[in-house]
Design a protein around this ligand. Structure first.
Ligand code: ADP
Length: 454
């Protein structure tokens, strides 16, 4: 039987019911037979000695006495030794006793099976390499397996203690209080072993109880760190040769007596080095964002001035495209964050809207709030995106149409940067798009990131 199959209790209950109805009559017949026998004897004696009604009365008294005796025995068994075999009784009392005994035995079998199952479930949890901790609605540890000690330092005798007094890392406390904000859980540094990392996932169950599952992710963390370091190093290494190359190429391109054939070649070289420069810069920015190297995320960013600045930049970029640009500010809130990062993320969304909208389109850049969230939006009526691409859009180098993206000078890293910048500000990107109709890219900021002058 698997853990999830219900016990065959209904089956037992049905069997029990059948027995009760068939046997009750059988047992009742025994009582009737006894009564008939007593009445017969009483009638004979009564008619013989001339006291008919008195004999009948005595017969009833005797029958009643038998019943009282049975009742006494039933009561004695139920009160004092319900787990023993019941006394052997005839009549309906016997049937009653047998039924109670049978139901009780079945109950005990089911109970034993339940306990067995719980034992098995518990021993399988004990054998797990992953830490499992049950936390009650008062945040106290109800149960934990041995792996919880190795991974999180929670010992068996910590049961009854508040989990937040044992796992005191601010990141965990924040996650514990806002589980829904990190659906995949969080990664924290192990407090037991240096240089070890643990992935923690909390799941709510029951009223307010929580199930904590944790596992060691040190290997994955190290591989991820190697990848980040590699990209970081290679981008740094490429930067110097690229600067030298672009310098020379620019000098040659600017020469007036340059042979037109060479001029074309140098122009191409210049545009390619520009692309490589943009790529290296984006990779470095992304790497800084990933390694949390950024600073000052608590500046007050004056939104009207940022929006006007972005709008002016967009007008300049829009010169070749001829779109109609609108600015729509409907909020008195400013943003709390890193101004350069936020500006670069917003500008990425705006240039994308300009790039991916056929000439003469309409693009609206907006900022508004609803008291709970702040929304920076960029709406276009451009080429739009098939919904199947939306979940992967913020992956590095993911492009819906690679050829078009390259032709527009895109690095394929823009939305990955946007996503990381927003994540660092506790915000997220929401995309609504329809192919050939246009898109709305919405950066949604939490209330804590909004600032309103009194
Ligand atoms: P890229 O440098 O290629 O523009 P991004 O990361 O900025 O890279 O964007 C990823 C992909 O998302 C783009 O290649 C494009 O296919 C799609 N995309 C982004 N913004 C828009 C938009 N406003 N309209 C249509 N497609 C878009």
């Amino acid at each position: 039987m698997t853990m999830y199959e219900p016990y065959p209790v209904p089956e037992l209950a049905r069997e029990h019911k059948r027995f009760r109805y068939s046997s009750l009559w059988t047992f009742a017949k025994q009582d009737l037979r006894l009564l008939a026998f007593l009445l017969l004897v009483a009638t004979c004696i009564g008619l013989g000695v001339g006291y008919f009604w008195a004999s009948i009365f005595i017969a009833f008294l005797i029958f009643f006495g038998f019943q009282l005796r049975s009742l006494y025995m039933v009561n004695e068994w139920i009160s004092n030794r319900p787990y023993d075999t019941p006394p052997n009784l005839n009549g309906i009392w016997g049937a009653l006793l047998f039924n109670v005994y049978r139901a009780q035995r079945q109950e005990r079998i089911v109970q034993a099976e339940m306990v067995g199952l719980i034992d098995r479930a518990q021993s399988s949890l004990v054998a797990l390499n992953e830490a499992v901790v049950l936390i009650d609605d008062l945040h106290q540890i109800e149960w934990c397996n041995p792996a919880a000690e190795n991974l999180l330092g929670i010992r068996v005798f910590d049961r009854g203690h508040n989990i937040l007094s044992i796992l005191r890392q601010p990141k965990f406390i924040e996650y514990f209080n806002h589980i829904d904000q990190a659906p995949d859980g969080i990664k924290i540094k192990s407090s037991i072993f240096d240089d070890h990392y643990v992935q923690i996932k909390l799941t709510r169950f029951g009223e307010q109880s929580r199930l904590l599952v944790a596992y060691d992710v040190t290997r994955v963390h190290n591989l991820e760190q190697m990848r980040k370091d590699f990209v970081d190093n290679i981008s740094h290494e490429l930067r110097t040769p690229l600067t030298v190359l672009s310098g020379y190429i620019e000098t040659f391109t600017d020469q007036e007596d340059l042979n037109p054939r060479w001029k074309r070649a140098f122009d191409q070289m210049q545009s390619q080095t520009k692309r490589m420069n943009a790529l290296v810069n984006d990779l470095l920015l992304l790497s800084n964002l990933e390694n949390n190297k950024t600073i000052a995320k608590n500046q007050i960013i004056e939104m009207p001035s940022l929006m006007n600045q972005l709008f002016d930049d967009a007008q300049a970029y829009n010169a070749d495209y001829g779109h109609t640009l609108n600015l729509d500010i409907d909020s008195h809130c400013d943003l709390i964050g890193s101004d350069t990062e936020i500006a670069s993320a917003f500008s990425n969304l705006i240039t994308n809207a300009i790039k991916y909208t056929p000439k003469g389109g309409i693009i609206t850049i907006g900022w508004h709030d609803d008291g709970v969230h702040g929304y920076f939006t960029v709406q276009d009526n451009g080429i739009g995106i098939d919904p199947k691409h939306l979940p992967r859009l913020t992956e590095r180098f993911y492009r819906v149409d690679s050829a078009r993206s390259r032709a527009t000078g895109g690095t394929g890293l823009g939305l990955a940067i946007v996503k990381h910048v927003l994540m660092q500000h506790g915000a997220y990107l929401d995309v609504i798009s329809k192919e050939n109709e246009g898109s709305i890219f919405k950066a949604v900021f939490p209330k804590e990131r909004l600032y309103q002058m009194m």
